[in-house]
Design a protein around this ligand. Structure first.
Ligand code: COA
Length: 315
C-alpha cells in the first residue's frame, strides 16, 4: 500500500491561551511550557462532517483519482452530533461515495488503525483504493470549566488516499484496555425498564498515566518495527507523532536519540485533535514539500483505550 493523496480541514475559529484565561483560571505561562500549545482551532458554526468532506475532497483531488475510483472508505471518529448513521456514511453521502463505509472509534491512534485495515484489504485484493478520513471534535467532549482537559484539545479533519504498493514496511497495533485512564459517558434515552443511574460525565483523563503509556509504548513499538526491518531510529527521515503534548513528543524523541528536524510538529497551532492529528500533520508536511520519494516515515499515536499504534512507511 502507498499514500497517493492527503488533505485536511480546520475550523476557522482560533482560540489562544490568553483567550482561555479570560474565563478559566489558567494562563499561557501554565499551558505552553507543559503542553507546547499556543492556539487551537475550535468548532463554532461548522459541522464536523463538512470538515471531513473538505479533507476527503482535497486528498482525492491530490491523488488524481475520481470519487468513483474509491472502493472502500474508513472513517475514524470518537464523537459527532449523529449517533447514527456513522460519520462515514454522512461524509460519503456528501461527496458521492458509493463504496462500503466503515467507522472506527479508536481515538487518537485511529489513523494508524485505519491504515492497518486498509493495508489488509488491499493486500487481500478486496480493495484497490481506500479513503481514510479522521474527523474529530474533542472540544465538544470536555467540560469548558475543567482547565485540566479543555486547554489540551482542538478540532479538525485529516484524510489520506491509499492504493496498492509496497511502501508500508510494518504496522504494530497495541492495547492496554482499561476504562479509568481516559473516559467519557453520557445517558441514553430513558425507558420504562431502566433501573440504573446514568449520568453525564465529560472527558476525564488520568494525565500522568496517559503520559507514561504514550512514551513507553511509542518508543518500544517504534524500536520493534524498525528492528524487524534491520533499521534503527537514525535511518528514519521523519517521525509523525500524535500531537498530544510537546513533552510527550520530546520524551519520545529524547529516548530515540533523534534530532529535532526529524520530528515535525504542529501542536503549537492545533492542540490535540485526536485521530485527526497525524493526518493533519502529514498533510501539512506533504503540502510544504517536506517528503521526497524513498523517505522513511514513522507514524506513532496513542490515546483512549488505552490504544497505541506505530507504522513504518516509505514515501
Ligand atoms: N492551568 C493552570 N493550572 C492547571 C491547569 C491549567 N490549564 N490544569 C491543571 N492545573 C493545575 C492543577 O489543578 C494542579 O493544581 P494543584 O496542584 O493545586 O492541584 C496542578 O496544575 C498540577 O496538575 P497536574 O494534573 O498534576 O499537572 P501535570 O504536571 O501532570 O500536567 C498535563 C498535566 C495534562 C499537562 C500532563 O499530565 C500531561 O501532559 N498528560 C498527558 C495528557 C495527554 O496528552 N493526553 C492525551 C493523550 S491522547
Amino acid at each position: 500500500m502507498k499514500i497517493i493523496g492527503t488533505g485536511s480541514a480546520l475550523p476557522r475559529k482560533v482560540v489562544t491561551n490568553d483567550d482561555l484565561s479570560q474565563f478559566l483560571d489558567t494562563s499561557d505561562e501554565w499551558i505552553f511550557p507543559r503542553t507546547g500549545i499556543r492556539t487551537r482551532h475550535v468548532i463554532t458554526d461548522e459541522k464536523l462532517e463538512d470538515l471531513g468532506m473538505a479533507a476527503a475532497c482535497a486528498a482525492i483531488a491530490q491523488s488524481g483519482l475520481q470519487v468513483g475510483d474509491i472502493d472502500m472508505f474508513i472513517c475514524s471518529n470518537v464523537v459527532n452530533e449523529y449517533l447514527t448513521p456513522g460519520l462515514s456514511c454522512i461524509i460519503a453521502a456528501g461527496i458521492g461515495l458509493r463504496c462500503p463505509c466503515i467507522d472506527i472509534n479508536c481515538a487518537c491512534p485511529g489513523f494508524i488503525y485505519a491504515m492497518d485495515i486498509a493495508d489488509t484489504y488491499i493486500a487481500a485484493g478486496r480493495a484497490r483504493n481506500v479513503l481514510v478520513v479522521c474527523a474529530e471534535e474533542p472540544t465538544r467532549m470536555t467540560s469548558w470549566e475543567d482547565r485540566s482537559t479543555c486547554v489540551l484539545f482542538g478540532d479538525g479533519a485529516g484524510a489520506a488516499v491509499f492504493t496498492a504498493g509496497d511502501n508500508v514496511k510494518g504496522i504494530k497495533l497495541n492495547a492496554e484496555p482499561s476504562v479509568d485512564k481516559i473516559w467519557q459517558y453520557r445517558p441514553l434515552e430513558p425507558t420504562p425498564y431502566v433501573r440504573k443511574t446514568e449520568t453525564n460525565v465529560p472527558l476525564q483523563m488520568n494525565g500522568r498515566e496517559v503520559f507514561r503509556f504514550a512514551v513507553t509504548t511509542s518508543v518500544r513499538d517504534i524500536n520493534e518495527i524498525l528492528a524487524k526491518e534491520g533499521m534503527t531510529a537514525s535511518d528514519v527521515d521523519y517521525f509523525m507523532i500524535h500531537q498530544a503534548n510537546m513533552r510527550i513528543i520530546e520524551g519520545i524523541r529524547g529516548r530515540l536519540g533523534v534530532p529535532e528536524e526529524k520530528f515535525p510538529t504542529n501542536i503549537q497551532d492545533h492542540g490535540n485533535s485526536s485521530s485527526a492529528s497525524c493526518p493533519i500533520l502529514l498533510d501539512e508536511c506533504n503540502r510544504k514539500g517536506l517528503f521526497k520519494k524513498g523517505d522513511k516515515i514513522v507514524f506513532s499515536a496513542f490515546g483512549a483505550g488505552l490504544l497505541s499504534a506505530v507504522a513504518l512507511m516509505e514515501w
